[in-house]
Design a binder for this molecule. Structure first.
Ligand SMILES: *Cc1c(COP(=O)(O)O)cnc(C)c1O
Length: 458
């Protein structure tokens, strides 16, 4: 089976980008009264990320963290590209396996698992799984036939946006005891994993954790385990509008890997990127459904030429909020700022504004303060980089439906994804990259399109 054939998407016509599709959808929707919020997802952006990963971390095989965005089209694209998957639950394992992904490409990377789900993994051939406690070892010994265990260690994630080591990861001083316990139970420990925290701001956290992992490898080897898997987790940024860029992190990781786990150590290195792969692929477009102008009653209020007119502020209400896509503000500590659909005129006054979601809860605020021109009900706002920890955790609270997602991909990108599918079960980054230029060459002789995308696909 070719899983890529299942993706529900439209082709981007030559010369058009996902931005043009945003524009087109806005125009179509503006002709109706509907004006529902919607997403455009460029699956080609996921391919670009994959190539960028392979270039920056040639020794590290990505196992995409499904929790970040479990859209079938996203997971299918990644399956075709030959990534592995980090699953944390039975349902995530089911999703990935339903696409024909071999169990050897899945790591069950949840250190605290429900017994019935351990049994499910066992019955479905998923062997690699993480642990960080004795009790978990006892559960796995009892309910899994053939587990390959990976010891999750804690990291110093004090500088990460979302801390994970407050919940997971064994302290270094506990590791020997855990490995001895595993030995007593007759379990197979194959390696070490960690997660530096989502939204990592200090690349030295990675090198420190890689060094710590080396210590635990040595303990494992001493106890007679065949330690051969290092899992460096996630935490990589999903867009370039961050202080610490992806390549700045990988520039620290690569030498640490070469120092502690040189190529001739034969250790397989994997990672569990989530945000990195999907954040920038998604653009969310929302519509202004209501507006309130608050006049400043302070007589002395003065106009500040740079900051804008300050005799009033404006509250905009839009049709997606923190109970929907913007749950990332609460759960993922995200700061979302809109870009304008209509370019403001150079002399157009800007006002201090707040932006609110559609539900009846006062908590449902998307932006506390930003400067925007005077817009009207029916106008659109665009939020970029909305693919990570957004759709995956949104609800329909108060009866507000989740936005439709329009998936698009260019033909050359599609061909790359298709090409990779041929190699589904035994992909190697090297073979993929070597053959890449041929399949990524742009086609010629395509008919001049009239719309940026075409809907009757595949
Ligand atoms: C959430 C999570 C990830 C993905 O983290 P990102 O910061 O999105 O890369 C990877 N591994 C584990 C165990 C996680 O819990």
């Amino acid at each position: 089976m070719n899983p890529a054939a299942e993706i529900d998407f439209a082709f981007l016509e030559e010369g058009f980008s996902a931005k043009d599709v945003v524009e087109q959808k806005i125009n179509e929707s503006s002709m109706t009264d509907d004006r529902d919020a919607f997403y455009v997802c460029d699956l080609g952006d996921i391919l670009k990320k994959h190539l960028r990963w392979s270039r920056a971390l040639p020794r590290v095989a990505p196992f995409y963290a499904v929790k970040c965005n479990d859209s079938r089209s996203v997971v299918t694209t990644l399956a075709s590209l030959g990534t592995g998957f980090d699953c944390a639950s039975k349902t995530e394992i089911q999703l990935v396996q339903s696409l024909g992904v071999d169990p050897s490409r899945i790591i069950y990377a949840n250190p605290c698992k429900q017994v019935s789900q351990i049994k499910y993994a066992s019955a479905h051939g998923v062997q690699m799984m993480t642990f960080d406690s004795e009790v978990e070892l006892m559960k796995v010994a009892r309910y899994h036939d053939n587990a390959k265990l990976v010891l999750r260690i804690a990291t110093d994630d004090s500088k990460a946006v979302c801390r994970l080591s407050i919940k997971f990861g064994a302290q270094l001083k506990a590791c020997r005891g855990l490995l001895e316990k595993a030995k007593d139970l007759g379990l197979d420990v194959i390696g070490v994993s960690f997660h530096v925290g989502s939204g990592c701001t200090d690349p030295l956290t990675y090198s420190q954790a890689i060094g710590d992992a080396r210590c635990v490898f040595d303990m494992g080897d001493e106890l007679g385990f065949n330690m051969n898997l290092l899992d460096i987790g996630g935490g990589f940024p999903g867009s370039d509008d961050v202080d610490l860029k992806f390549e700045e992190i990988t520039a620290v990781i690569n030498p640490a890997l070469d120092k502690y786990f040189p190529v001739d150590s034969k250790v397989k290195i994997i990672a569990e990127p989530g945000r990195f792969y999907v954040a920038s692929a998604y653009t969310l477009v929302v519509n202004i459904i209501a507006k309130k102008v608050i006049l400043d009653d302070d007589e002395n209020a003065s106009d500040d030429e740079d900051e804008g007119t300050t005799d009033r502020s404006i509250m905009y209400y839009v049709n997606d909020g923190v109970y929907g896509s913007f749950n990332c503000i609460l759960y993922d500590h995200a700061h979302c700022l809109p870009s304008l659909h209509k370019k403001p005129k150079p002399d157009e006054p800007m006002y201090p504004c707040s932006i609110w979601g559609p539900t009846c809860d006062g908590l449902d605020r998307i932006v506390e303060q930003c400067f925007l021109p005077d817009m009207q009900v029916g106008d659109w706002l665009v939020f970029e980089n909305m693919g990570a920890y957004t759709v995956a955790a949104s609800s329909t609270f108060n009866g507000f439906q989740k936005p439709d997602i329009h998936f698009v991909i260019s033909r050359p990108s599609w061909q790359c994804v298709q090409f990779s599918s041929a190699d589904l079960r035994a992909p190697t980054e090297e073979s993929f990259l070597q053959e890449m230029p041929a399949c990524c060459g742009r086609e010629s002789g395509v008919e001049m399109p009239t719309k940026p995308y075409q809907t009757n696909m595949v």
